[in-house]
Design a protein around this ligand. Structure first.
Ligand code: PEP
Length: 247
């Protein structure tokens, strides 16, 4: 059994006052039975990492550049993220694929850069509603998974997050059968590429409108090893029950 992972993506939310929620989360989970990761905006990375130091919580970033340093105004690199005390980075979130035109090749390069810096890359994949309606879901997932995942992926350095674009921030959630179908498919594809031993430890997260009310039933779906949570990770009151549902 892999250790489950509750990951929170704060997106472009939170000033220093939001660290109170992180503090409350750390206090509420002094000995969690699952891994807990919070990905605040880059402006809070260092303070967040300092705050959770000594607590069983990890901090991650929401994106990184492919290069370790250089003339890339406004970007931050994987070694900089690691230097802040963070241990993970989300790459290929659908909001970045859409807002910043990120391709699978670019996302794979970002994941490789994360690996080289000793970070875990949380690689996001997921279909749009139009793609689902056109019956293309598994083709899109196969393409994004193959194209965005580095050859050096292991259970230590890589997590895959299945996030249907149409479920993110919308309150719409796929049926449990739909989630199960895609997670089983991702597991099969990873097994074919990386072999059964390694792939069992690559965690597969579901993301898209996970809330305290629906978390337990989603986590009971086979091959769901945790969640990547947006809106409901912003407060301890919402995120704690989701974490508890995983335990
Ligand atoms: C996300 O941003 O990764 C996400 C899943 O958002 P939400 O939980 O708000 O749908």
């Amino acid at each position: 059994m892999v250790r489950k992972l509750a990951a929170g993506n704060w997106k472009m939310n939170g000033t220093r006052a939001a660290l109170e929620e992180l503090q409350a989360l750390a206090q509420a989970h002094s000995d969690p039975a699952v891994d807990i990761l919070i990905c605040p905006p880059a402006t809070l990375l260092m303070s967040a990492a300092e705050l959770v130091s000594g607590h069983p919580l990890d901090i991650g970033a929401q994106d990184c550049h492919t290069a370790p340093s250089g003339a890339h105004t406004g970007d931050i690199s994987a070694p900089m993220i690691a230097d802040c005390g963070a241990t993970a980075v989300i790459v290929g979130h659908s909001e970045r694929r859409e807002d910043h035109n990120e391709s699978n090749d670019l996302i794979r390069a970002k994941a490789e850069s994360a690996h080289a810096a000793g970070l875990t890359a949380i690689i996001c994949i997921g279909e749009t509603l139009a793609q689902r309606d056109a019956g293309q879901t598994l083709d899109v997932i196969a393409d994004q998974l193959q194209g965005s995942t580095p050859d050096g992926a292991t259970g230590v350095n890589t997590v895959i997050a299945y996030e249907p674009v149409w479920a993110i921030g919308t309150g719409k959630v796929p049926s449990l059968e739909q989630i199960g179908e895609v997670h089983d498919f991702i597991r099969e594809k990873l097994t074919a590429r990386f072999g059964a031993d390694n792939v069992r430890t690559i965690r597969l997260l579901y993301g898209g409108s996970v809330k305290p009310a629906n978390a337990a039933e989603i986590f009971a779906v086979p091959n769901v090893d945790g969640a990547l949570v947006g809106g409901a990770s912003l407060t301890e009151a919402d995120f704690s029950p989701i974490i508890k549902s995983l335990e």
